[in-house]
Design a protein around this ligand. Structure first.
Ligand code: NAP
Length: 244
């Protein structure tokens, strides 16, 4: 069988980088997209993959990215994240704009651009990394939870719209994962970011990447619709067990 191609957005860090490793390990040719090429290039080289610049908030960038991807069997919509933790009464519209552009419209743009190639592959698979924030709400989280709810709705709509087509759709729904997520959420405040993971045992990016690679390597007739993966120490977005 010829080598299948997996495209991973936001592959320069965290879950995306770990997924690129896991999918390359499972035999895929990996195409890595993100804005920080200085990070993408060495990883792509190590995995014998391809690094391409991608800003999912910029329609032209998505078009040039997709033009350079001749084949696509698996698309991992992973680029995203959170900005801020303000209550609604203090909502920062720039933060909301960033979260909706990246998580929601970014997923829409990349998926729409690669859909023809996914369908033409005869066995396409869209894996979208949403979050437990896409299925619940918490104080201060409305910008992020609303964006993740919308991203999840977009993904699940595709599952219905493409029923009967050679396209699988898997929503991966992680709880707390220790990445640069919190550092970015809190504008580079390392102390505040570290506190999120203190005295508990969060998931690693590799824990989530293994789930993604598992979903991508099932036989073509098997669709894992939704996989929720949380640390044992986490009940939901608001309740985490801490050792002290
Ligand atoms: P991360 O370490 O901050 O990585 C985020 C990735 O997204 C980076 O590779 C970044 O690359 C990319 N990205 C951000 N803006 C982008 C843009 N405009 N265009 C292209 N790429 C962009 O965070 P992570 O935890 O791995 O997050 C990955 C996904 O998992 C996100 O969708 C996040 O919402 C979701 N998630 C995370 C957690 C968690 O607890 N960490 C839990 C549930 C879900 P560049 O900056 O180089 O562009």
């Amino acid at each position: 069988m010829s080598t299948r191609t997996a495209v991973i957005t936001g592959a320069s860090a965290g879950i995306g980088a770990a997924s690129a490793r896991a999918l390359a390990g499972a035999g895929f040719h990996v195409v890595l997209g993100a804005r920080r090429l200085d990070r993408l290039r060495p990883l792509a080289e190590e995995l014998s993959g391809t690094a391409l610049p991608l800003d999912v908030t910029d329609a032209d960038s998505v078009t040039s990215f997709a033009d350079r991807v001749p084949e696509c069997h698996v698309l991992v919509n992973n680029a995203g994240g959170a900005r801020g933790l303000e209550r609604v009464e203090a909502a920062d519209e720039d933060n909301w704009h960033w979260m909706w552009q990246t998580n929601v419209l970014g997923t829409l743009r990349v998926t729409r651009a690669l859909l023809p190639r996914l369908l033409a592959s005869g066995d396409g698979h869209v894996i979208t990394v949403t979050s437990i924030a896409g299925h619940e709400v918490y104080d201060g989280g409305a910008g992020y939870t609303s964006a993740k709810h919308a991203q999840s709705a977009l993904h699940r709509t595709l599952r219905s719209e493409h029923l009967g087509d050679p396209l699988r759709l898997t929503e991966v729904v992680p709880g707390m994962v220790e990445t640069e997520f919190s550092l970015n959420r809190f504008g580079g405040d390392a102390e505040r970011a570290a506190a999120v993971y203190r005295d508990t045992h969060p998931l690693t990016p590799e824990d989530v990447a293994e789930v993604i690679a598992f979903a991508a390597t099932r036989p073509p007739h098997v669709n894992l619709d939704q996989v929720v993966v949380k640390p044992r120490a986490q009940y939901d977005g608001s309740r985490v067990h801490r050792e002290r």
